[in-house]
Design a protein around this ligand. Structure first.
Ligand SMILES: Cc1cc2nc3c(=O)[nH]c(=O)nc-3n(C[C@H](O)[C@H](O)[C@H](O)COP(=O)(O)OP(=O)(O)OC[C@H]3O[C@@H](n4cnc5c(N)ncnc54)[C@H](O)[C@@H]3O)c2cc1C
Length: 376
């Protein structure tokens, strides 16, 4: 068993670190904004890292999308900017249904431009009435004269307003389908989502009598839920990568502070309870990182079969990140509370990770259900 990353992954990690470093000076400004930051987009385009999100036959870097490579990039980017991390992650999350089930025409039209980050995608699942319980969606497609008609509202959609297309999950009869809706479709409109504690490019998307032809389908009618699951199988573990990067960045802030600030005649880092918080945090980050890399490696061979491990990694790493960043704020005393400081940003950014792409409680249900099936 080899726990070291091989040369291919070390190279990708290095590229991601260089990208993160190049945007350090605009990270605070971008992370405070719920609108697309042009400097971040330009940096992502220049890095060529978005080509990890598309298979090589459509302009991507590798033959197939590689979950470990994506985890490593998210780990590096999230340590510097959640805005950049999200921009990168969405290139894959928003376009995966096109890769997995798009027609040749849809793939050729969109994927090469996803790979260069010339266009941005969005994945529209959540609705005002449907969050964790996706089967409760009411957005619907019904047959129309030249294809079908889409009506409904999607809520908290990343990249809404700047995406070139929306991959939309909708009810169709008694089952669910996925369709691709270009952003300029007549009847599609976007309004702002309320500002979050950790700003994020989000919007509310309304579809009002949007007319679509059969070419807009992603995969066969009634197979939309399968496409949601395959997207999660590949990308859920990448949230764990981002959470590990966030926790590592928080710990480094706390280390720099506690080894120089003295109280009671000693650096804080040498005071027992502070040393314990540092040690526990480092240990927990290492545990989460190992699980994340393992789950991402497993997801490469059979993403659907290994979804429980991706869920475990996402659960463990996002819960760990919240705990670690909270400790780091504590160790930094009043400086941990400064709103625009790096630690202040990381503290707020850790919180949504336990809610999106599967809330912790919902993940636990899935993990426990799998466990009860496999134990003989
Ligand atoms: C920053 C951000 C970006 C997002 N981007 C997108 C996007 O691009 N596309 C998109 O479609 N959606 C997006 N979302 C929405 C996200 O997917 C939902 O927030 C998520 O699915 C949870 O749904 P909800 O918020 O409606 O919570 P609810 O489903 O209302 O759940 C609330 C809480 O109830 C508990 N709970 C729910 N169900 C269960 C259960 N079965 N058992 C036990 N406890 C349960 C959990 O604690 C959960 O946190 C985004 C959200 C955020 C915060």
């Amino acid at each position: 068993m080899n726990f070291d990353l091989d040369a291919k992954y070390l190279e990708i990690q290095q590229e991601a670190r260089e990208l993160a470093q190049s945007v350090e000076h605009i990270a605070c400004e971008a992370d405070a904004s719920s609108e697309l930051h042009p400097g971040m987009l330009e940096a992502l385009q220049a890095s060529n890292l978005a080509n990890l999100m598309v298979p090589s036959r459509y302009g991507g870097r590798f033959e197939e999308i590689d979950p470990l490579a994506i985890c490593l990039v998210r780990e590096a980017l999230m340590a510097t900017s959640s805005h950049l991390d999200s921009l990168f992650a969405l290139q894959g999350i928003g376009s995966f249904a096109v890769t997995a089930a798009g027609s040749d025409a849809q793939r050729s039209e969109w994927l090469p431009r996803i790979a260069t980050a010339e266009v941005l995608p969005a994945l529209a699942l959540t609705e005002p009435v449907a969050g964790s319980d996706l089967k409760a969606v009411v957005t619907e497609i019904v047959p129309g004269e030249h294809g079908f008609i889409l009506n409904g509202s999607k809520s908290f959609i990343s990249n809404a307003g700047c995406a070139a297309f929306y991959v939309v999950f909708a009810k169709e009869g008694d089952s669910f389908s996925m369709v691709l809706v270009p952003a300029d479709a007549e009847g599609l409109s976007v309004t702002p989502t309320p500002e979050l504690i950790a700003p994020h490019v989000l919007g509310e998307v309304e579809f009002s009598n949007v007319l679509l032809t059969d070419d807009a389908r992603l995969g066969p009618a009634g197979k939309g839920m399968g496409l949601v699951l395959s997207t999660l199988s590949v990308f859920r573990v990448s949230v764990a990568g981002a959470a590990v990067g966030l926790a590592q960045a928080a710990l480094e802030e706390a280390v720099r502070h506690t080894r120089t600030r003295e109280q009671f005649g000693k650096p804080l880092s040498k005071l027992g309870p502070v040393a314990q918080m540092l040690a526990d945090s480092w240990t927990e980050i290492e545990m989460a990182r190992l699980l994340t890399y393992r789950a991402a490696t497993m997801a490469q061979s059979d993403p659907a079969a290994t979804l429980p491990h991706s869920s475990m990694a996402k659960l463990a790493a996002s819960e760990m990140a919240s705990k670690v960043v909270d400790r780091c704020v504590q160790m930094m005393g009043r400086w941990g509370l400064v709103r625009e400081s790096k630690i202040g940003r990381l503290y707020r950014q850790a919180r949504p990770m336990r809610i999106y792409e599967g809330a912790s409680e919902v993940l636990r249900l899935g993990i426990a259900s799998e466990l009860t099936k496999i134990v003989p």
